[in-house]
Design a protein around this ligand. Structure first.
Ligand SMILES: O=C(O)CCC(=O)C(=O)O
Length: 209
């Protein structure tokens, strides 16, 4: 549970979620995956399809904007961002930075990685706010690549994110490129409620009203 600063403003807190919290998050995500906007592989503007499956709460993300309704899926409004998740986000900031500030996340992107799913190096920059991103990992471990704000390539730091880990990036690292080059199948604990695959939840402040 000792916070490790990976870069200025980017903090890894291994083993932050206990098993009961991981189970509760898996159960909540399973519900959201069913609807009102079901989990799906996001289609990119040039026709590519993301290998991860994504469902959102609070706001719906599609490349490269947020909307309340999911025009690219079924036109429904996404589930509300629950108050308990905001509390979890503030606890996460306290664990990473020592205090929560006025952190008020209003969206979460929930990504499910199975098979060979991965995520290329990218910046989270569709938010109109520079508030930190809180990332929670459950299930299979992965190789997480955390880079710099200028380029997709080096310098970057490779680290392993395990089930229960928290990663927060804000301040000078808020717009750093990052990605998931590899998931390690079979490394998760089925007690989380996930028999296979990896779940990642990122909370963000959209800055939208
Ligand atoms: O799965 C992860 O750990 C990272 C997810 C991510 O980069 C994103 O949702 O933008």
């Amino acid at each position: 549970m000792t916070p490790l600063e990976i870069a200025p403003g980017a903090v890894h807190v291994p083993g932050w979620l206990d098993m009961a919290e991981q189970r509760e998050l898996v159960a909540a995500c399973r519900e959201w995956a069913r609807g009102p906007v079901p989990i799906r592989h996001t289609v990119l503007p040039r026709g590519g399809v993301m290998s991860v499956q994504t469902v959102c709460v609070g706001w719906h993300w599609q490349p490269y904007r947020y909307t309340r309704t999911a025009g690219d899926v079924n036109g429904e409004r996404v589930a509300d961002f629950p108050g308990w998740m905001g509390d979890l986000g503030r606890r996460a900031l306290t664990a990473a930075y020592g205090e929560p500030g006025d952190y008020t996340p209003d969206t979460a992107l929930i990504n499910f990685y199975d098979g060979d799913a991965r995520m290329g190096m990218h910046q989270d920059k569709d938010e109109k706010s520079d508030a930190p991103v809180v990332s929670l990992s459950i299930g299979d471990s992965c190789l997480f690549r955390f880079g710099n704000t200028e380029t997709r390539s080096r310098p970057y730091t490779d680290l392993r994110l395990d089930s229960g880990d928290l990663f927060v990036f804000g301040g000078p690292s808020r717009f750093a490129f990052h990605g998931v080059p590899k998931v390690y199948p079979g490394t998760g604990n089925p007690e989380t409620g996930l028999s296979s695959g990896r779940l990642n939840i990122t909370m963000r402040v959209t800055g939208l009203t």
